[in-house]
Write a protein that binds this ligand. Structure first.
Ligand SMILES: Nc1nc2c(c(=O)[nH]1)N[C@H]1C(S)=C(S)[C@@H](COP(=O)(O)O)O[C@H]1N2
Ligand SMILES: [Mo]
Length: 262
């Protein structure tokens, strides 16, 4: 099916399409209130926006990227800031957790606690870097949640660390800003939206169970958010930036959907 034909389905709803629309009128209205769908629901208009000629590979890529960005906006509108992802029992927790990165476990380069610093940038009041000891001194929240990797595996993990919301408040971050960008010791990068950063199940994890997070799992600091897929959880974090400019990320820049919700 071509993108143009998809577009026409959106413009002229079939009876079934109309029924679905009627069933979800409230939802659509709530998205519409956020100004997302006004003038932007047809994929046909995405084609116009991107100037897409589906005969050329480059323009197919840009059309798909536009669709993915449209999906980001819808997912962001549907995200319920206080809705909790499922949690699990202690006896379901994997020991050890399952390792993954964009390279093999043999190439993991441990981070030295003595030299590690968390750098802060962007829309943050106090950008003084944090040491490992300071991070471990912060109040802890715990999270027993499922880590889901797009490669098709998952595990239940038990993480502890400071609530990211609390940490952002502590450093005087502008929580009205739109995004957080992360840099990691292994040159991985990642980013999340502010609603996810402020979600009660999003922590800067320092422990797995009672122990400090081990080397292949991101010592001394990783993000764990119960509402996002594995690749949205950077390990070995070295810098956090608060920004209104949409950041990319290692996998996001290689075509993974930016929102990456579970
Ligand atoms: N710094 C860094 N963080 C990363 C990655 C990485 O390669 N480097 N891989 C991501 C991906 S794709 C997954 S699935 C999870 C794996 O986390 P785990 O080792 O706890 O399973 O880390 C994410 N965070
Ligand atoms: Mo992953």
């Amino acid at each position: 099916m071509t993108i143009q034909r998809l577009g026409s389905i959106f413009r002229r709803p079939t009876p079934i399409g109309q029924a679905v629309f009627d069933d979800n009128r409230k939802l659509v209205a709530s998205i519409d209130r956020r100004g997302l769908l006004r003038g932007s629901l047809s994929l046909g208009s995405l084609v116009m926006l991107t100037g897409c000629d589906v005969g050329h590979e480059g323009s197919v890529q840009s059309a798909l990227r536009a669709v993915s960005e449209f999906n980001d906006a819808v997912q962001a509108a549907l995200f319920r800031p206080d809705h909790l992802a499922p949690t699990y029992a202690l006896d379901q927790v994997a020991h050890p957790p399952r390792y993954n990165a964009f390279y093999g476990i043999g190439d993991v380069r441990p981070v030295a606690a003595s030299t590690w610093k968390l750098e802060l940038a962007g829309r943050i009041g106090n950008k003084t870097p944090w040491t490992v000891a300071q991070m471990y001194d912060l109040p802890e929240t715990e999270l027993i949640a499922k880590h889901i990797c797009v490669e098709g595996w998952d595990y239940v993990g038990h993480w502890k660390g400071v609530s990211l919301r609390l940490f952002l408040e502590r450093i005087g971050a502008d929580t009205k800003a739109r995004y957080l960008a992360f840099k990691c010791a292994d040159d991985y990068t990642g980013s999340i939206d502010m609603a996810t950063a402020l979600h009660p199940q999003t922590i800067l994890a320092t422990r797995y169970g009672d122990d400090p997070i081990g080397d292949p799992f991101g010592f001394p600091l990783r993000l764990r958010t119960a509402t996002k897929l594995g690749y949205k959880n950077p390990k070995w974090i070295t810098a956090i930036e608060v920004t209104n400019t949409k950041p990319g990320g290692y996998w996001e820049d290689r075509g993974f959907n930016w929102f990456g919700g579970i």
